[in-house]
Design a protein around this ligand. Structure first.
Ligand SMILES: [Zn+2]
Length: 438
């Protein structure tokens, strides 16, 4: 049942099911979750978009029809390189008070806490105002086509949800201030590659039509451009609270709008990778491909860029600018589709206030702030439908722990699993009390 020991053990077991995506193989995780629900007498449905891939959905009927509240998680994880880890990434080992493993933070402990909170609600016989849907999907780490996108096509009332709770926000400390980040928006994907063709030849006779040199010049032009710093309303609210009264080299923070006029403050922002990513489009060179032999000039070369746009930015305008920067020696190819619409949920809502109350009851009077997630999550599918979707799991993470997410030696403390379960139980009770406006 919903106690901390059980949550720790189930998190370990879920980590041991290797759901590295690609290829995913999330079916085993779905069957595992189905087994836990089944043992409590709760029927779940499994939806398979492809062999070995699976999504699982369970539902507690509410007093009112329609407008379900969705508790959303994903069961897949990003791959882990065994050689770089000090423990088996799929061992689920407990060491020094931490459960280690790929997915510990992103997001298997949360999946288990949400599941146990869901089961608890059902066992207590509480009839929620709206249906509460537990949904754990596959494929999030590679874009969600087989996961949330598939489920939205196959379970019609998901499109009519009143609220979605998922991942992306935690309790953290930034510039000395402990606060809760509730993710209400995320940056947009703008990934692309540039490719060049040239004339091959022998390395001993250089010429001007070298594909690698074209890629280097164009990459340099793209990377040296500084995208404008643009405070969006969420980031302004967030940074105005976090940086209040901060004194730095050559600045005293007053308000974001005011402080951004100060060159020293802009230097400070640019020196902080997180603040920098919150305030502008970012373009990161991630893959370089060109040449195979030291004495051969390659005919083709390419570079891949992971670009993330502020939610207020326009894709076409962004790519126009990139095209101008990289010039006509290379071809620009966009990767992935255009999401297009603003990906922002409002935060002046009963849902935000309810989460805030739970956080403060557990942690004292800490600020609870809206946050912009720099990565992409499945919540964008719901936000694009106009459904408010928040990312939050009530555990306190250090920067070290956050960096391990998608990195090496990812881990979650046993204490945090306990807090995560307690918080999830409270949030679930709150969500059960929410009546959707019709
Ligand atoms: Zn995730």
């Amino acid at each position: 049942m919903a106690n901390a020991e059980n949550a720790v053990q189930l998190t370990q077991e879920l980590i041991r099911i290797d759901t590295s995506n690609p290829p995913g193989n999330e079916e085993n995780a779905a069957l595992f979750l189905e087994g836990i629900l089944g043992a409590e007498g709760i029927r779940a449905e499994i939806y398979s978009p492809a062999p070995k891939r699976a999504n699982i959905l369970a539902r507690i009927r509410g007093k009112n029809r329609g407008k379900p509240v969705i508790i959303l998680s994903h069961t897949d994880v990003v791959p882990a390189n065994h050689n770089e880890w000090t423990v088996d990434p799929f061992g689920g080992e407990v060491r020094d008070g931490f459960v280690y493993g790929r997915g510990a933070i992103d997001m298997k402990a949360q999946t288990i806490c949400q599941l146990l909170a869901f089961i608890n609600l059902s066992k207590e016989g509480i009839e929620p105002e709206q249906d509460i849907v537990f949904l754990a999907t596959c494929d999030e780490e590679v874009g969600g086509r087989n996961g949330v996108e598939f489920m939205l096509r196959n379970v019609p009332d998901l499109k009519d949800a009143s609220f979605v709770l998922s991942e992306g926000g935690f309790i953290v400390e930034e510039d000395g201030l402990v606060h809760a980040q509730v993710s209400v928006s995320e940056k947009k994907l703008g990934q692309f590659r540039i490719q060049a063709r040239g004339t091959g030849g022998h390395g001993s006779i250089p010429h001007k039509d070298n594909a690698n040199e074209k890629i280097i010049r164009a990459s340099q032009a793209i990377l040296s451009y500084r995208w404008p710093l643009k405070p969006t309303s969420i980031v302004s609210t967030y940074l105005n609270a976090v940086l209040k009264g901060k004194r730095g080299k050559g600045f005293t923070f007053s308000s974001l709008g005011q402080s951004l006029k100060n060159k020293r403050f802009r230097d400070f922002v640019e020196g902080n990778p997180v603040y920098n990513a919150l305030l502008r489009n970012t373009v990161t060179l991630t893959i370089l491909k060109g040449g195979e032999k030291v004495n051969v000039i390659p005919r083709e070369s390419s570079a891949y860029f992971d670009a993330r746009l502020l939610p207020t930015e326009d894709h076409d305008r962004f790519f126009e600018k990139v095209r101008r920067l990289c010039g006509s020696d290379v071809e620009l190819v966009r990767i992935g589709g255009d999401v297009g619409r603003p990906l922002q949920s409002g935060y002046n809502t009963p849902y935000f206030r309810g989460i805030q109350n739970v956080v403060r009851a557990m942690n004292g009077p800490v600020p609870v702030l809206p946050f912009l997630t720099t990565g992409a999550t499945d919540m964008r599918y719901f936000r694009n439908l106009g459904i408010p979707a928040y990312g939050f799991f009530p555990i306190a993470l250090s920067n070290d722990e956050l960096l391990r997410m998608h990195g090496t030696d990812e881990r979650v403390s046993v204490i945090n699993i306990k807090a995560g379960l307690e918080g999830s139980l409270e949030i679930m009770k709150f969500l059960a009390s929410c009546k959707a406006s019709q």
